[in-house]
Design a protein around this ligand. Structure first.
Ligand code: GN1
Ligand code: MG
Length: 373
């Protein structure tokens, strides 16, 4: 995979309309797919900061379509933030000197956004308030985009949350075993096969198609570094038509878990019902009115499905030679897989509790369960 060292960040920055000239830059965040830099530009005494990203071309095959989505979505959210006055900020693109929303340089696509001062991304919530705030921000994001006008957004990654397709890809990579890695992970393969029924739990055609984020890891929402208030939803590359359940589920997967996604000590990996409750409260506060009965009904099982899906994706990537997710060591994708499968088992034990929490919050909020599509 190409990385920053193949590019001159100085040269790239010169081609964006920054306020000031580049004074420093450093790698930023923990994304598993794109390359991200925090860039500082100096104008006299003033330092202006930006986020610069190289879009991973192996993952996103239509960067132009992706950036068109990005512009439409942020413009709409910006209007909503003015009308709704809910305090959430929206990513602002910095145009290139040629007036474009992205830059093409030697076959790579780059974009720049204004840095959100005071925001911080958390890998795990420090308290329930963080989880509540993150859920409220993602719920608001969905409900603000529910009336996005115009044609459907481009599908930046087809079948992204088609769990059945993810399972089939996994099964063919087991069969192909191109890197000769399957023998050592038989136990994980057997576990994945044993949970195949989860792949058909959420069938996309049974739910309203809405504009959703699709990558709602906790670290994809900025919270205020001191107060923990939701500040800005980031990482908009997979915003496209989809199902709200995957957004809800992925936040639960990453926030209502006792550990990081790649924790190697499985004793440290388990589901946290109290954090789950905070997520349900936050999510239903901002998105509850929009949801239809069927979406509410499937909220408890959604985290299990997405946790299973991620386990499948990490294991598939391991079997294919670690080509998709960035890895820090051989076996990194296996740590991730094991942690997902452990979390899934822990969630299964808590499923009745999850159901009763949702039931309680739905009735306390008096959600009509007949929201509009
Ligand atoms: C990737 O880029 P990042 O880290 O936000 C991946 C998500 C996974 C996640 C797992 C486009 O997200 O789907 O849930 O890693 N994004 C893409 O950490 O595949
Ligand atoms: Mg992402």
């Amino acid at each position: 995979m190409l990385n920053s060292s193949n590019h001159s960040i100085e040269r790239i920055c010169l081609r964006f309309c920054t306020d000031g000239t580049l004074s420093s830059y450093e790698p930023h965040g923990n994304g598993n797919v794109n390359d991200t830099f925090l860039v500082a530009c100096q104008n006299g005494e003033e330092i202006n900061r930006y986020t610069l990203q190289r879009i991973n071309p192996d993952v996103f095959e239509n960067p132009k379509g992706l950036m068109d989505n990005f512009s439409r979505v942020t413009a709409h959210l910006f209007q909503k933030s003015i009308d709704g006055n809910h305090g959430l900020q929206v990513l602002t693109l910095v145009p290139t000197v040629g007036g474009m929303s992205y830059l093409i340089d030697g076959g790579s696509y780059w974009r720049m956004t204004k840095f959100i001062a005071g925001g911080r991304s958390f890998e795990v919530p420090e308290n329930d308030h963080h989880a509540y705030q993150a859920a409220k921000a993602f719920g608001r994001f969905q409900s603000d985009l529910n009336d996005l006008p115009g044609p459907a957004l481009v599908e930046t990654i087809p079948d992204f949350h088609n769990t059945r397709k993810r399972l089939e890809d996994f099964l063919s990579s087991v069969k192909r075993d191109s890197c000769d890695r399957s023998a050592e992970v038989m136990e994980l393969i057997a576990f994945a096969k044993g949970k195949a029924f989860l792949a058909d739990k959420i069938s996309l055609s049974d739910f309203p198609s809405r504009v959703v984020h699709n990558d709602t890891k906790l670290n994809n929402v900025l919270l205020h570094k001191d107060t923990g208030e939701g500040m800005c939803v980031v990482d908009l590359d997979t915003v496209m038509p989809g199902c709200v359940l995957h957004d809800f589920g992925d936040l639960v997967r990453t926030a209502a878990c006792s550990s990081l996604e790649d924790e190697a000590n499985l004793d440290q990996v388990y589901f946290l019902p109290a954090v789950f409750e905070a997520i349900v409260e936050g999510y239903l506060e901002s998105a509850g009115e929009m949801l239809v009965q069927k979406e509410i009904e499937f909220l408890p099982v959604a985290p299990l499905v997405i946790t299973y899906e991620l386990g499948l994706r990490f294991l598939t990537d391991y079997l294919q030679g670690d080509r998709y997710f960035k890895v820090k060591k051989i076996g990194h994708n296996l740590d991730r897989t094991r942690a997902q499968f452990k979390l899934l088992s822990s969630m299964e034990e808590s499923l009745p509790l999850m159901e009763s929490i949702i039931e309680r919050v739905v009735s306390a909020r008096n959600i009509a369960q007949s929201g509009s599509i």
